[in-house]
Design a protein around this ligand. Structure first.
Ligand code: NDP
Length: 286
């Protein structure tokens, strides 16, 4: 039987509706409209699309949205000085710096400069530490979005073999930690992993966050597995597709997320949730 498709489009719409209602109550009570500042340096076309989508999501939520578009030639000092300004701006509750940054700017220095209470990407070491401990205010959007997708189907993670392919700081590592918090038995795989297909075939829940078109094929997946595709890749024809070979894997899996329309829309929804949380932290209501 073909897999049930978990629609990130539908789940994100209901998550956003929930956040919007919650934000309206918050604003009515405090007079504060949650505000998100997004900084983009340079002209990476994919980044420009992501920034535009974030701006649109803010508008839909009734949030204030501040866009800072800086030229490729911006120095690290100039970027850090803008972050310092936004850190002390009371109308800005969340700050997001769109990655990747130009090579001459140190990403860690930039992440470390953001006030952890405004760090809606949850990349600051202080927030990463909170996530590790399991006592956090912000979760990074993509792994948090995956957890929402699993929850939307009432999938119980307890005791399940969870295999995450990818160990990046923004997806693979926090994803593994969130599955662990929900009592999964987690294996993290990466480019040096030996016998990868053997490991993935043992997965009850398989998360692909690699960045390689169609990397996960049906022979790597157990019958009835739950397959979550985080990857965003372009085909030779310019179509957006994931890390999972959807056509073959969907014949074998019990649940699968599509690309586009899977994890992607969830990432933005969770960013909106973090922006509302940041506004609540500012207002001292949490
Ligand atoms: P990175 O490039 O930072 O990480 C990729 C990971 O995949 C690395 O850990 C790498 O291993 C591993 N990997 C690469 N090749 C192999 C291989 N042959 N076998 C096993 N593991 C391998 O990417 P990100 O984590 O930032 O993103 C992953 C994908 O998710 C990308 O397609 C990205 O566009 C997408 N993405 C989607 C988002 C969304 O909203 N849907 C948000 C963020 C990312 P190693 O560490 O050893 O190099």
């Amino acid at each position: 039987m073909p897999a049930k498709i978990i629609s990130g489009k539908d789940v994100s719409a209901s998550v956003k509706a929930r956040i919007k209602t919650e934000a309206e109550v918050f604003t009515a009570k405090t007079g504060i409209a949650p505000g998100l500042a997004v900084i983009i340096v340079g002209e990476d076309p994919a980044s420009q699309i992501y920034v535009r989508n974030k701006h649109k999501a803010c508008k839909d939520m009734g949030f204030a949205s501040f866009e800072h578009t800086l030229p490729e030639s911006t120095t690290e000092a100039e970027l850090l000085s803008l972050i310092a300004k936004l850190n002390s701006d009371d109308s800005v509750h969340g700050i997001l710096v769109q990655m990747p940054l130009p090579k001459h700017i140190n990403e860690n220095a930039v992440i470390n400069a953001i006030n952890p209470d405004k760090d809606v990407d949850a990349f600051h070491p202080e927030n990463v530490g909170h996530i590790m401990i399991g006592d956090y205010k912000f979760l990074p959007g993509t792994p948090a979005g995956v957890m929402e997708l699993l929850a939307s189907e009432n999938i119980d993670i307890t005791g399940k073999n969870c295999v995450v392919i990818g160990r990046s700081n923004i997806v693979g590592k926090p994803m593994s930690m969130l599955l662990l918090h929900k009592h999964g038995t987690v294996t993290i795989c990466h480019s040096r992993t030996k016998n990868l297909p053997e490991i993935t075939r043992g997965a009850d829940i398989l998360v692909a966050a690699i960045g390689k078109l169609g990397f996960v094929t049906a022979d790597m997946v157990k019958e009835g597995a739950i397959v979550i595709d985080v990857g965003i890749n372009r085909t030779a024809e310019g179509k957006v597709r994931g890390d999972v070979d959807f056509d073959s894997v969907s014949e074998k899996a019990s649940y699968i997320t599509p690309v586009p329309g899977g994890v992607g829309p969830m990432t933005i929804a969770m960013l909106m949730l973090n922006t509302l949380t940041a506004a609540k932290i500012f207002a001292k209501t949490i």
